[in-house]
Design a protein around this ligand. Structure first.
Ligand code: GLC
Length: 750
């Protein structure tokens, strides 16, 4: 930092602290405001616009364009924030430029997409959501933040909380699935994990809730496509997870690429000010997604980029990611009176407040400690948790008998196993989408995991097929491996690039020639286990009809192979449950458990009812589905009363018994049906769950409490409240089955 500026800081701080003797010591908050207001008072309009500018470094490309001049802009004070720049060595160079070579020496924010890990990679978010375990999820976010912070990152563009019900959309991999209630809990857990108790702690990083709003409802599942829905659906289904994450204290929020009701989110006053600021009281700052201000020109709501800046700025957007047009046009628009410098100062203060809270003005290099970086990467704590999270993310979809017992778990004394498929001995694709700094060389593959856990088994490995095209030369080797083995394990699915951003698919079967490979291997008549490794639900109907055991293992990260092997051989009893519906075919999409009943619900006896001629209405695997190596029995559903008065609460209990041979965990789910409303209501909605562990023969009484808040919704006049009437409670192992009972809600005595 130039001596003049640094000196003035010190002098200012001395003056500030000395005044403490003359007047009562201002609160920390007051000190911050005094400091920031005085700093902003020093800044030129260009420097203010610079603090609202975010550029990517050249290290990782996460969008369509790159500015080569980001360092020049940084040194000129026209770029106060960077992303995709990390490691102590690289970030130190950049931070020194900002602090020592610019006029005011304001430290940089360093952002990165730490979505499911930094170096140590955890299961993709859609996988980890299948744990239904907020402690696991929060700890993953905590450890990811710790590892990323050790490499100079102080801001992550996470959690992504977009509700999604269309598996054609590749970014379904990044979220928590289809359910608003569960997605809200998961988003809040990730914010707590990333931000910890105090942002001044250098192992914590700013969270960024994204993508606001309703990005997951892209038409036809095509990324960046139009979103259009009623305000009721927006507020009831899509907004609550953003709100929950912000209520958990998220420091920042990111706009989405899509339009909503005809207005691109980055220019939507309704979203960015009416809802975010006036209704929700959000006091952090809003950053756009990658060049999404510029993209309002092709959206067709502005004629040029200057108009786009005015629209976004006046809508309530503080920071321009990668567009470079806030720094270009804000000074001009201020001079022309089209935007207000008072508002500009308020925006700049929101950004500087986060830098202040991170402690960057006290010590701009506090995240830049090379020794800490090396000590943190892949620490045992990280690797242990990555293994636990991976194991708990695995969903057993099917496990039928072969002979006298279910095919899984496999015996470690099995003589020989054929391990076939492009994901069987694969490091890179285990990392999944958005593995930004993940290190594939550290990944344990399935082949390695199986050798480690069952060294006595002879393994015959064959890749068999790839991920694209119809190449079949590998079939022969795969068939030979299967022929000489007692059991076949197939690792099939998507590579990491076939889900995630800009990776929508119109067909959801096994990519490439994998389905053909599966059918040829299945025709040999050997017992087959298929491990489905993908970033989204795939259409598995043929597989379900022809294969006795199917395990959905997603992309599980660094410890993938070890986790899967421990489940395969029974060292770990799977407990994951789906948070996204698996359709039978693409034609059923959108399909999700909380749909409406319609006026002509399907009736096998009546042609004129809501159905298809060529497929059932039912999904292949419903939301909440997941099996165990043991079995659980549900009994004695009990409601403390059958009449609930508004404001009161209703205790509900059920007895769950482990009736099988293995200790295991069960995710007990509670759903509510509002049988009559002033508007149509979903056939059921998740309103509670408990994850319990039971030994063979053990029983547990699982208790829930229903409140009238659980029953509230946007009524006919859009007021948010519960209405009197009859409600059904269902408690069970998935959204498709359970014990049922009813109760009446009384409001104002009726
Ligand atoms: C991408 C993504 C967003 C990400 C950002 C920065 O386009 O949409 O989720 O955080 O750019 O990489």
């Amino acid at each position: 930092m130039r001596p003049t500026v640094f000196y003035s800081y010190i002098v200012f701080l001395i003056v500030l602290s000395s005044c403490a003797f003359k007047t009562p010591d201002p609160s920390v908050q007051d000190k911050m405001h005094i400091f920031l207001d005085s700093l902003i008072n020093e800044m030129t309009v260009e420097e203010k616009a610079g603090q609202l500018t975010l550029y990517t470094s050249g290290w990782t490309i996460t969008g369509p364009q790159l500015r080569e001049d980001y360092i020049d802009e940084l040194k000129a004070g026209r770029a106060g924030n960077l992303f995709n720049a990390h490691t102590v060595d690289y970030s130190m160079k950049l931070q020194k430029m900002a602090v020592e070579e610019t006029r005011l020496g304001i430290p940089l924010l360093f952002g990165l997409d730490v979505i499911h890990g930094y170096k140590t990679t955890f299961p993709i978010p859609l996988a980890e959501a299948s744990t239904w375990d907020m402690d696991i999820i929060e700890k993953t976010a905590r450890l990811s933040a710790k590892e990323a912070a050790s490499a100079g990152v102080n801001w992550t563009f996470n959690p992504m909380v977009d509700i999604a019900r269309d598996p054609r959309w590749g970014r379904i991999a990044e979220g928590a699935g289809e359910d608003t209630y569960l997605g809200s809990l998961i988003g809040a857990a990730k914010v707590r994990g990333h931000q910890g108790e105090d942002l001044a702690d250098p192992t914590t990083i700013l969270a960024c809730v994204k993508h606001f709003a309703a990005y997951g409802a892209a038409q036809a599942g095509r990324d960046y496509h139009t979103v259009d829905m009623s305000d009721r659906v927006l507020r009831e289904t899509y907004l609550p997870p953003y709100k929950a994450a912000l209520d958990a204290g998220a420091a920042t929020l990111m706009t989405s690429f899509n339009e909503l009701d005809g207005v691109p989110a980055s220019g939507s006053y309704y979203l960015m000010t009416e809802i975010l600021r006036k209704e929700w009281g959000f006091d952090g700052f809003v950053v756009t997604d990658y060049t999404s201000i510029n993209e309002m020109v092709p959206h067709g709501v502005v004629a040029d980029e200057k108009e786009a800046v005015a629209l976004a700025f006046n809508a309530g957007v503080e920071m321009d990611m990668q567009g470079g047009i806030y720094s270009k046009y804000i000074p001009e628009l201020i001079r022309e009176g089209k935007i207000s410098e008072k508002v500009l100062d308020a925006y700049v203060k929101r950004v500087l407040t986060m830098k202040y809270k991170l402690g960057l003005f006290d010590d701009p290099y506090r995240y830049l400690n090379a020794q800490r970086e090396q000590e943190t990467f892949f620490s045992q704590e990280l690797m242990d948790h990555a293994l636990l999270s991976a194991k708990e993310s695995i969903v057993l979809l099917k496990n039928e008998k072969v002979g006298d017992s279910p095919l899984l778990p496999l015996s470690k004394s099995t003589r020989s196993i054929a391990l076939i498929g492009p994901l069987a001995d694969n490091q890179k694709d285990m990392l999944g989408t958005w593995h930004v700094a993940g290190d594939e060389t550290k990944v344990i593959t399935l082949l390695q995991g199986m050798k480690e856990i069952a060294p006595g088994v002879t393994l015959h490995h064959a890749r068999g097929a790839g991920f694209t095209g119809d190449d079949r030369p590998g079939f022969r080797e795969a068939i030979q491996a299967a022929r000489k083995s007692d059991v076949v394990v197939m690792a099939l699915g998507e590579n990491f690039g076939q889900s995630g951003e800009a990776a929508s698919r119109s067909e959801l079967g096994l990519p490439g020639a994998q389905q053909a490979l599966l059918e040829e291997i299945q025709a040999l008549g050997k017992p087959i286990v298929v491990l489905v490794m993908a970033g989204r639900p795939l259409t598995l109907e043929w597989m379900h009809d022809h294969v006795p055991a199917i395990v959905n293992t997603w992309h599980l990260g660094t410890q993938a192979g070890r986790a899967i092997a421990q489940v395969l051989f029974g060292d770990h009893n799977p407990a994951g449950k789906l948070t996204i519906t698996f359709p039978r075919n693409v034609g059923q999409i959108p399909i999700f458990y909380s749909m409406k009943n319609t006026g002509r619900p399907f009736d096998t006896q009546n042609k004129y009812t809501s159905r298809y001629l060529d497929v059932s209405n039912e999904p292949l695997y419903p939301f909440g589905h997941g099996l165990s190596y043991t079995t659980f029995d549900y009994a004695d559903l009990h409601l403390a009363t059958n009449e609930l008065s508004e404001g009161a609460s209703l205790p509900v209990s059920v007895t769950v018994t482990n009736t099988g041979p293995y200790e295991g965990r069960e995710i007990v789910q509670l759903y509510i049906t509002d049988k009559v409303g002033s508007v149509t209501r979903p056939v059921k909605e998740l309103k509670g769950f408990k994850k319990i562990n039971l030994k063979p023969g053990e029983s547990a009484k699982v208790e829930f409490t229903i409140t009238t808040d659980d029953l509230a919704f946007y009524t006919r006049d859009m007021s948010y409240q519960a209405e009197p009437g009859t409600f059904k409670v269902m408690v069970g192992p998935s959204s498709s089955k359970g014990l049922e009972a009813e109760f009446e809600l009384k409001v104002n005595g009726i």
